[in-house]
Design a binder for this molecule. Structure first.
Ligand code: LMR
Length: 337
């Protein structure tokens, strides 16, 4: 379960003024002959879009900047949870993160746009928004709070897994759903009369296995690599929401890098981000095929009328958060097209 004390401590650290963040960011330059070490912890498996992106980044940096920079990748929550990594970045204990956009909602309510259910039909719609002026501006939204967004990385569209098909929102009534730390996702489950439980990613498999929760939502690549499908009889292919990441660094650490390191790193990150976003869809489809091939989990497709009733049920969620997200942002998304 989420360690609330830790989260509380984390929250207070995350609103440090930038000047203090600079002080704490551990940006003391290494000695001239030592490479700069960039620790990059994340929570997904190596074969997922994020896992592959982190590994490609590590390899390209080793090839092109090996003398000057080393990226150390720690996948599968082996170093820390996402919540802890937000805190660790602020304190300079790690230098790069790629945390789900949903988990930044306590730092900016604007990111809640990414969680609105049934707002984006697919990754193409998300990309259109992320590439817009409003989407680009959001990358730098958290700089003052100690997070400089360098890129958006896709995972994919989320689906509901549970003990029964979720053809209608009411099919989720009474079920305990694991969700990420996000108020929109909480409202989404409440709109189904379900019981939302905010929980770290690394704890979900066991919670499903022991019956502490009944259901969850995630992408095919996460459902497969975390083995959630083994403890879920049904996955409803709902495509109801987006899961993507903010690849972020501590702004003080980043601006403290010598230009002959920062600039090639930016170039590598641009290349790797393009690869991640181009391959995310096919990685997720491959994971879907593997779940099907394993047998034991039924994949449920929604009919058009069923999707319509989901959209209808989620209207109050959009209404609840529209003002905080802002009309300027919403008008640039699929909703405004
Ligand atoms: C989750 O907690 O479900 C996701 O944020 C995991 C991830 O990083 O894809």
């Amino acid at each position: 379960m989420v360690n609330f004390l830790r989260v509380k401590r984390c929250l207070s650290s995350l609103i440090l003024p930038l000047s203090l963040t600079l002080l704490l960011s551990g940006c003391t330059p290494p000695a001239d002959d030592e490479p700069i070490v960039i620790k990059f912890p994340h929570v997904t498996a190596p074969g997922t879009p994020k896992g592959q992106g982190a590994e490609n980044l590590r390899k390209l940096v080793a090839e092109r900047l090996g003398e000057k920079v080393v990226i150390e990748v720690y996948p599968s929550s082996q170093l820390m949870s996402d919540d802890d990594s937000l805190e660790a970045l602020a304190f300079g204990e790690v230098q790069m993160i790629a945390v789900s956009l949903s988990k930044f909602d306590r730092l900016t309510r604007k990111f809640m746009v990414f969680d609105l259910p049934f707002l984006f039909d697919d990754l193409t719609a998300v990309e259109k928004f992320q590439g817009s002026e409003a989407g680009n501006t959001l990358l730098a939204e958290l700089t003052e709070k100690g997070f400089l967004g360098l890129a958006y990385w896709h995972n994919g569209m989320k689906h509901f897994g549970g003990p029964a098909p979720l053809r209608q929102p009411s099919d989720g009534a009474g079920l305990k759903f694991r969700i990420m730390e996000s108020d929109v996702l909480q409202a989404q489950i409440l709109a189904m009369d379900g019981n939302p439980q905010k929980m770290a990613f690394g704890e979900v498999y066991q919670a499903l296995q022991t019956g502490a929760i009944d259901a969850q939502e995630n992408t095919w690549s996460n459902l497969y690599s975390q083995k959630f499908f083994e403890v879920q009889d049904f996955i409803t292919e709902s495509n109801h929401g987006y899961l993507g990441y903010l690849l972020a660094v501590n702004p003080a650490f980043w601006s403290g890098l010598p230009a002959d390191v920062r600039e090639p790193l930016e170039q590598i990150i641009a290349e790797v981000s393009a690869q991640v976003n181009a391959s995310a869809q096919s990685l997720n489809q491959a994971a879907r095929e593997k779940i099907l091939a394993a047998g034991g989990t039924e994949i449920v497709q929604l009919k058009e009328a069923e999707r319509a009733s989901w959209r209808q049920a989620m209207t109050p969620v959009w209404e609840e958060f529209a003002d905080e997200i802002g009309a300027d942002i919403l008008s640039t998304t699929a909703a405004g097209n």
